[in-house]
Design a protein around this ligand. Structure first.
Ligand SMILES: [Zn+2]
Ligand SMILES: [Zn+2]
Ligand SMILES: [Zn+2]
Length: 380
């Protein structure tokens, strides 16, 4: 079985401004997005670029491909040399945030790069590989179009990363080949799925389960009399609310709902109102689902919401805004450049770069932090 789910495509525009001008790729990019939406109008897009002030991206994926082009154009004067490692890190961190809130998407990172971008430092290759192994279950993959030699160190490193997640690397010699390559990529991505998907079971591999469990929010208890949004009974006992949308429901009702809405781990599921990932105690969920804990009432027919309608509703309210961030991997690049300049013959000092995943909330961050910047958890 192959998957043809709706896609959220994050375009990492890493062409070096001195080598390739935006107007040379503008139409190809426009065609790429238009073609994709003809095949599947539910596909959305986002953008990462390195600007003179640092990396930039939009805070939401958008259905509006013209908006992506407009944003790119508005930044085209101040584009700068891209740090591929930093861009991939930012892309994955952003995609995890999106995955936490919405379901039924494939996430594609499309890297457009030439020989001029900063090479991925050796020290950052292993942590990037580790990250990709964790997020590829979403599913997530990387496709890369590289204008330049497919035998360079950079190309070999990118190939390692794309291979890890069923992506592809296309080496092309000339900007003229960009259009046909993008046209090929605008066709629906088929991902062959493992056997458990054939059996209509979603599953997250055991090694990666802690990451997805920690990503989930625990519903918050409510003590006042509230109407459960699943069984519609009023109650002041055993009712909790989704921390993302405040929607209340009985824990037992949500435990039942988890049977059809889990993400591939039995007690981790999506809220029926806002798609945010929630978790309940594993033993409790199993006991409810196997009838050991009685349910309060018959579940009303809570229908699975249509994710595409929901996303259109969200986008109608607010247009995505440009987020400017710091390059998390800039230090290593600087060190690499200085070593090269100062002492070209001296062996580059072996550094260890580490990426940490918060064991409490699954926030991804660069090493050397004592507290999680998201939840404050003490890391060591
Ligand atoms: Zn209920
Ligand atoms: Zn919710
Ligand atoms: Zn945390």
């Amino acid at each position: 079985m192959q998957s043809t789910r709706s896609e959220d495509c994050l375009i990492f525009y890493a062409f070096t401004p001195e080598n390739i001008k935006l107007r040379q790729v503008y139409n190809s990019l426009s065609d790429f997005m238009k073609n994709k939406q003809i095949t599947d109008p539910s596909d959305r897009f986002n953008l990462i670029v390195f600007h003179k002030d640092g990396p930039n991206y939009l805070d939401h994926f958008t259905f509006d491909s013209d908006y992506i082009l407009k944003t790119l154009k508005s930044m085209s004067k101040d584009l700068s040399k891209a740090n591929i490692a930093g861009g991939i890190f930012i892309a994955i961190t952003f995609i995890i945030e999106v995955y936490k809130k919405i379901s039924e998407k494939i996430f594609r990172l499309l890297i457009l790069v030439d020989d001029g971008a900063y090479e991925i430092p050796d020290a950052y290759l292993p942590p990037l590989q580790e990250l990709i192994k964790v997020v590829k279950d979403m599913p997530f993959f990387i496709d890369t179009i590289l204008i330049g030699s497919p035998y360079s160190d950079q190309a070999q490193k990118l190939l390692k990363l794309t291979n890890l997640c069923n992506g592809e690397l296309f080496g092309i010699n000339n900007i003229k080949d960009l259009n046909p390559t993008l046209t090929g990529l605008s066709e629906k991505k088929y991902i062959s799925e493992p056997t458990f998907v054939k059996q209509r079971l979603r599953k997250i591999l055991p090694d990666n389960q802690p990451f997805y469990i920690n990503l989930a929010d625990t519903p918050e208890p409510l003590s006042e009399i509230t109407t459960c949004s699943i069984c519609f009974q009023k109650d002041n006992h055993g009712i909790v609310k989704c921390p993302s949308c405040d929607n209340p429901a009985h824990e037992v009702c949500w435990a039942q709902w988890a049977e059809i809405a889990n993400i591939g781990i039995r007690h981790v599921f999506r809220c029926h109102n806002c798609f945010n990932i929630l978790k309940l105690d594993k033993r409790f969920v199993i006991d409810v689902q196997t009838g050991k804990i009685p349910t309060i009432a018959e579940m009303q027919k809570v229908e699975k919401k249509n994710i595409v309608d929901y996303l259109h509703e969200l986008e109608a309210k607010i247009k995505p805004k440009i987020v400017q961030t710091d390059d998390p991997m800039a230090l290593e690049i600087k060190a690499m450049m200085e070593t090269k300049k100062a002492e070209p013959k001296k062996e580059i000092q072996k550094r260890r770069a580490s990426v940490k995943i918060c064991p409490n909330c699954s926030k991804i961050m660069m090493g050397d932090r004592k507290n999680c910047p998201s939840c404050g958890y003490v890391l060591f």
